[in-house]
Design a protein. Structure first.
Length: 135
């Protein structure tokens, strides 16, 4: 992959979005640039997809639907730029990195939450199987 400027820890909480109307949102800024560096764009996109998929596990109602819609659109964009056989294992790796979060903050039922996150990582890996390689 080509080396470009990357955020280094890109996910939903790092973005500022200004809403003008319900159907119109504008990106207005990015936060936490201490991890910005030269790197691979695929890793920023994989991290963002991983965070959204983990967030969707614990969110309900209209918010969950919005997260899933945005996550699907982001994944479509990422897969239009990168091979899914390369992208999805990276997403899985970032999900594994997020798997210990429930233990670190001592959430009630952290064991089952951690298992759900590991199952999600398996899901991302399964989605990479059979994908074309190269590209």
């Amino acid at each position: 992959h080509r080396i470009v400027g990357v955020h280094g820890d890109l996910y939903e909480a790092q973005l500022l979005v200004r809403h003008c109307r319900t159907d119109d949102a504008h990106f207005s800024g990015i936060l936490d640039l201490d991890t910005a560096r030269a790197g691979h764009r695929i890793d920023d996109l994989a991290n963002f997809c991983a965070h959204l998929s983990v967030l969707a596990l614990t969110t309900t109602g209209e918010s969950a639907l919005a997260i899933k819609r945005y996550g699907a659109a982001l994944l479509d964009t990422a897969e239009s730029q990168f091979d899914r056989a390369d992208l999805r294992p990276r997403i899985a790796a970032f999900v594994v990195g997020l798997a210990t979060g429930p233990f670190r903050v001592l959430e009630p039922n952290w064991q089952s939450t951690t298992e759900r996150r590991l199952d999600l990582a398996d899901h991302w890996l399964a989605g990479a199987r059979g994908a074309r390689s190269g590209g």
